[in-house]
Design a protein around this ligand. Structure first.
Ligand SMILES: [Zn+2]
Length: 246
């Protein structure tokens, strides 16, 4: 199995996305990367975990800005791995915020996997900020997941609610060892142990904290590596596509 990390550019936004008021002294705006993942399974399935921001820019109500070069588009990043959108067998969505569901339209008609709780929250009346319904009102074979479990051989879905009602991470059991892809259940190292700074953008703090404990428990149980959702410092250490983990 191969795990590619794709670079979908950067977002500049308020520090309050990552931290709560009065808990951060680094200035008003922060810049953070958008990570997507291409997984090639041993039986040659090509899975995309999250899809990035809509090419025309952020469509949700937001004061954030998106920076993306031509090389950082989903198509160009996939091409680095020798893949075009038509080759993708299924799209797995951690959640439906604008920086995760924005290019779902490229995969219209395919199998989509998302938690039922997320799907229902995002499709309810007046979805909260950071959701752009145009991003995820896309025809496809929607599989609505109810709990943790193996989605494909060696790929486990893990429910990590709190950031959003149906936030979901993945554990990818590579030959070199398991990797937990937290996406926005843990934005960055400061939001994880030991500091555990609570992001300003947290829909339910109680479940967010329980999900954080769950990630720690899984990390210890599997001796897993973690890739955070939007960690600028960690990004510099990651192997980026076309290099891969296996
Ligand atoms: Zn999010």
């Amino acid at each position: 199995m191969k795990l590619y990390v794709l670079d979908n550019g950067y977002i500049e936004g308020s520090y309050q996305i990552f931290y709560r008021e009065n808990e951060y002294d680094g200035g008003g705006r922060i810049v953070f990367p958008v990570n997507l993942f291409l997984i090639e399974t041993d039986d040659a399935k090509k899975l995309l975990f999250d899809t990035g921001v809509f090419p025309g820019g952020i469509r949700a109500k937001s004061s954030s800005y998106r920076y993306q070069s031509e090389e950082q588009t989903v198509e160009k990043q996939l091409l680095r791995c020798g893949v075009v959108p038509g080759d993708i067998d299924a799209v797995i969505l951690s959640h439906l915020h604008y920086d995760h569901a924005g290019c779902l339209f490229l995969f219209q008609g395919k199998d989509f996997y998302v938690s039922r709780a997320e799907y229902e929250a995002a499709n309810g009346e007046n979805p909260p900020a950071a959701y752009a319904p145009a991003d995820y009102r896309v025809d496809g074979n929607w599989h609505l997941l109810e709990g943790d479990g193996e989605l494909f051989p060696g790929i486990e879905a893990v429910m990590l609610p709190g950031h959003t009602p149906g936030m979901m991470g993945l554990i990818v059991h590579l030959q070199s060892g398991p990797v937990i892809l937290t996406q926005d259940a843990v934005y960055a190292a400061d939001n994880y142990y030991p500091k555990c700074m609570i992001p300003g953008l947290t829909m339910d703090e109680g479940s967010y904290r329980r999900s954080l404990e769950k990630v720690l428990h899984l990390q210890n149980r599997y001796h897993a590596s973690l890739i955070f959702g939007h960690d600028a410092a960690q990004r510099k250490q990651l192997k980026m596509a076309p290099a891969y983990y296996e």
